[in-house]
Design a protein around this ligand. Structure first.
Ligand code: CDV
Length: 302
């Protein structure tokens, strides 16, 4: 997806999604993957104090009035889709805000929902910075884990943006036999905390997804927002990665653009049965620290 500006309405974004959906359908596509927080600009870049204003970036129902045409058109065309959005809900009497994604099947029924676990950024206003990254202020930590579902002739899972940088995300789904991970991301073209060249940010983006695809024998479809939203750049670089770790399709524009690939699940088996045969080679009695310690502690033997 190209840029979505602060003033753009949900309806105007959905009109763009419908165009992509129709183009995908005419190309024989079965599943379309839209980005993280598809329906709005990447609002965590702004410090907003008024909770009512913050809540205007969130969806209280899915589908709602603005998104229903997308669900209806997808069902009519018999095409599935993945959509990232900001979710406002009430759980056990408490209001919750999640960075959420769903997969809808070709029959229009919900296949699954995921809520982002690894929220990046900070919660306080950093007035000295040219932009903010306030996911830790605006969202609650996802509480659904990393489920996988049968769908699209395989085993499908999701993660969202910063989740893709963490090996734990992928290994949990890998241990559930995932064959296709779909994800959306909004990666700013500069680091809010320190200088980092754009080429390095794009390199890391692809590096983590290609290595994770290989290490878990899964296809990855990664859908970015790109271009400049109200002057703030996003790296783009949407791509489709095979279980070998090889990239088989990549966006080359910063606008709305369809890229496609045919997913051959036999390639998952090739990796899962040989190099990354978990049952044959994993040594779980050696991995305890991974779930018992959060931060690194220097712990030498001498
Ligand atoms: N939306 C994100 O999660 N963005 C992060 C940035 C902050 C590093 C990312 O991993 O791309």
């Amino acid at each position: 997806m190209g840029a979505i500006h602060r003033a753009d309405s949900r309806e105007s974004v959905v009109a763009r999604l419908l165009e992509l959906l129709r183009e995908a359908h005419s190309n024989g596509v079965e599943l379309v993957v839209f980005p993280e927080l598809t329906l709005t600009t990447f609002f965590p870049r702004w410090w907003i104090e008024d909770q009512d204003e913050i809540d205007t970036w969130f969806e209280t129902e899915m589908p709602g009035p603005a998104t229903r045409p997308l669900f209806e058109e997808a069902k009519k065309l018999g095409i599935g889709f993945h959509l990232g959005y900001a979710e406002l809900t009430v759980e056990n009497g408490a209001t919750r805000h999640y960075n959420t994604a769903i997969i809808v099947g070709k029959d229009g029924n919900l296949i699954g929902k995921y809520r982002k676990v690894h929220l990046p950024g900070h919660a306080e206003h950093r007035a000295d910075k040219p932009f903010q990254h306030l996911e830790k202020r605006y969202f609650d930590i996802g509480n659904l884990g990393w489920p996988v579902w049968k769908g699209f002739n395989g085993v499908v899972g999701m993660c969202i943006c910063n989740d893709r940088r963490w090996p734990e995300t992928w290994r949990v789904m890998g241990l559930k036999g995932v064959e296709l991970v779909v994800l959306g991301y909004n990666t700013p073209d500069s680091n809010v905390y320190h200088y980092e060249p754009v080429h390095l940010r794009q390199f890391h983006n692809h590096l983590v997804m290609q290595s994770s695809a290989y290490q878990n024998g899964t296809w990855v479809v990664a859908s970015a927002k790109a271009g400049r939203e109200d002057g703030f750049g996003l790296i783009g670089g949407s791509c489709i990665i095979a279980p070998t770790g090889e990239m088989v399709a990549k966006a080359n524009s910063e606008d709305d653009e369809l890229i496609t690939a045919t997913v051959d699940y036999a390639l998952c088996e090739y990796i899962k049965e040989h190099q990354f045969n978990f049952a044959a080679h994993r040594q779980i009695d050696q991995y305890g620290l991974i779930t018992s310690r959060t931060g690194a502690v220097v712990e030498t033997e001498n």
